[in-house]
Design a protein around this ligand. Structure first.
Ligand SMILES: Cc1cc2nc3c(=O)[nH]c(=O)nc-3n(C[C@H](O)[C@H](O)[C@H](O)COP(=O)(O)OP(=O)(O)OC[C@H]3O[C@@H](n4cnc5c(N)ncnc54)[C@H](O)[C@@H]3O)c2cc1C
Length: 410
């Protein structure tokens, strides 16, 4: 089987990439599930598409906008990409067995997976009633099954917060959300709308230190942690519950990427990409959560539109210069995407980054060849909230050194 552009993953990233690429090339969209939409199909709350559509849609409504625009794209459902090689040949497994596909360009849009109990080493027994937040969300919103009645949530990222509200609305008692960090992990809007509005307590600098129960979970021991995140023994207490929801982070799904030999960023755990979302392997592009974990789906779709457009250009034989200028994460910046500027002709480039520490009254700055070329005031920047700096493409096209920094306003 042959195609111009193969898109791996039918979530919001894959959908937008396919929608854009099909304007210029033959596109095949490959999704391992039986339906398109990715994680959006189970996110029935509002809050998707505020920027792109100017209205607060549910996840399925947001997905539908893109699914409807797919006419002309070959969609393969129930099909998993198992391997990719450097020549853009793929091994796939579908309803009729294993087969090969060759593409002129590939777009990686495999999203994220959740961290589990094993990855955060919670000691104790192994009873039923311990779920990741995404699994619990799927059980309630798609399967129509309540995971439990008395709930403890570990982790205050957006997924944990949304589940605290969802479980409460469905009649469960959420005993509390426990967060090991001294500050919440999710967006402020979700802290207010999901916890404060429902009187759900948030215990910062706390963690679950032991899981108790034989067949079904009977409760968890929680404890306050010191500044080195070590549980303080004297603060240990038992919280009875039948369900523990783990919302302890997402990891970009990059097993395929790694096996193919594509360079990964050790901070984001996603591939290093340039301003056209091309990875270190020519003709292989990436977008959405597979690159770095996004807060908002709108940014996922925007990155995917760039990947779709640039992948189609590659498939049509357009060559890209490879200047490989690294974008340095400067003062108070944990990481920046794109990590590389290759000097493509682009009207605008948006740098996405996260800060290391919360700061008020700051300027975010683009420094090119030692000079400040763009500045933007921000009232507050926080590690859980992604920051954007949109610049004209010509500002960085011929640069020899680029960095992004966050400085206190003098
Ligand atoms: C619980 C939750 C609540 C959220 N709430 C909001 C919100 O209110 N507002 C907002 O703007 N954003 C929200 N988000 C964020 C937003 O949903 C994500 O950023 C977005 O879904 C990421 O899109 P994606 O396409 O990169 O990944 P995904 O949606 O995860 O899609 C990836 C797809 O790739 C497929 N796939 C993976 N590997 C393969 C393979 N090898 N072969 C074939 N297919 C494969 C998967 O099956 C999946 O369908 C929320 C996210 C979660 C988890």
């Amino acid at each position: 089987m042959k195609t111009d552009v193969a898109v791996i993953g039918g979530g919001p990233a894959g959908l937008a990439a396919a929608m854009e690429a099909k304007k210029h090339a033959k596109v095949t969209l490959i999704e391992r599930n039986e339906e398109l939409g990715g994680i959006l199909q189970q996110c029935i709350h509002h809050g998707f598409g505020n920027f792109i559509f100017g209205e607060a849609l549910t996840g399925p409504e947001y997905a539908e906008h893109f699914i409807e625009a797919l006419e002309g794209v070959d969609v393969l459902l129930n099909t998993t990409v198992l391997e990719i090689d450097k020549n853009k040949r793929m091994l796939l497994s579908g309803p009729d067995g294993v087969f090969e596909m060759e593409a002129k360009a590939i777009i990686l849009a495999m999203g994220c997976r959740e961290r589990t109990r094993t990855q955060i080493f919670i000691p104790g027994t192994r009873p039923a009633g311990v779920y990741t937040a995404g699994t619990a969300q799927r059980l309630i919103n798609i399967e129509g099954v309540m995971p439990g009645k008395h709930i403890v949530i570990l982790g205050s990222g957006d997924v944990g917060l949304i589940m605290a509200r969802r479980l409460t609305l469905e009649g469960a008692k959420v005993e509390g959300v426990y967060e090991i960090m001294p500050k919440p992990g999710g967006l402020t809007r979700n802290i207010v709308q999901c916890l404060h509005d429902f009187d759900i307590p948030l215990h910062l600098s706390h963690t679950v230190v032991e899981i108790v129960g034989k067949k079904r979970l009977e409760g968890v021991f929680v404890a306050k942690v010191d500044k080195n995140f070590k549980p303080i023994e004297e603060t240990k207490r038992f919280v009875p519950c039948d369900t523990l929801i783990l919302a302890v982070g997402l990891i970009p799904e990059n097993e395929l990427t790694k096996k193919t030999g594509i360079e990964l960023d050790s901070v984001t755990a996603g591939p290093v990409v340039d301003e056209g979302m091309e990875t270190s392997m020519e003709g292989i592009f990436a977008c959405g959560n597979v690159v770095h974990v996004h807060d908002l789906v709108d940014d996922v779709s925007l990155s995917a539109i760039i990947a779709g457009r640039e992948a189609a250009k590659h498939a049509n034989g357009e060559k890209t210069e490879r200047r490989k200028i690294k974008v340095k994460a400067g003062e108070n910046v944990r990481y920046v995407v794109p990590q590389i500027i290759n000097g493509r002709d682009m009207e605008e480039i948006t740098f996405y980054f996260r800060v290391k520490n919360e700061m008020r009254n700051v300027v975010t700055r683009l420094i090119v060849d030692g000079e400040v070329r763009k500045e933007k005031r921000e009232l507050i920047v926080k590690p859980p909230e992604m920051v954007r700096l949109k610049v004209k493409g010509e500002l960085v096209k011929n640069a020899n050194s680029i960095s992004i920094e966050v400085k206190k306003v003098a």
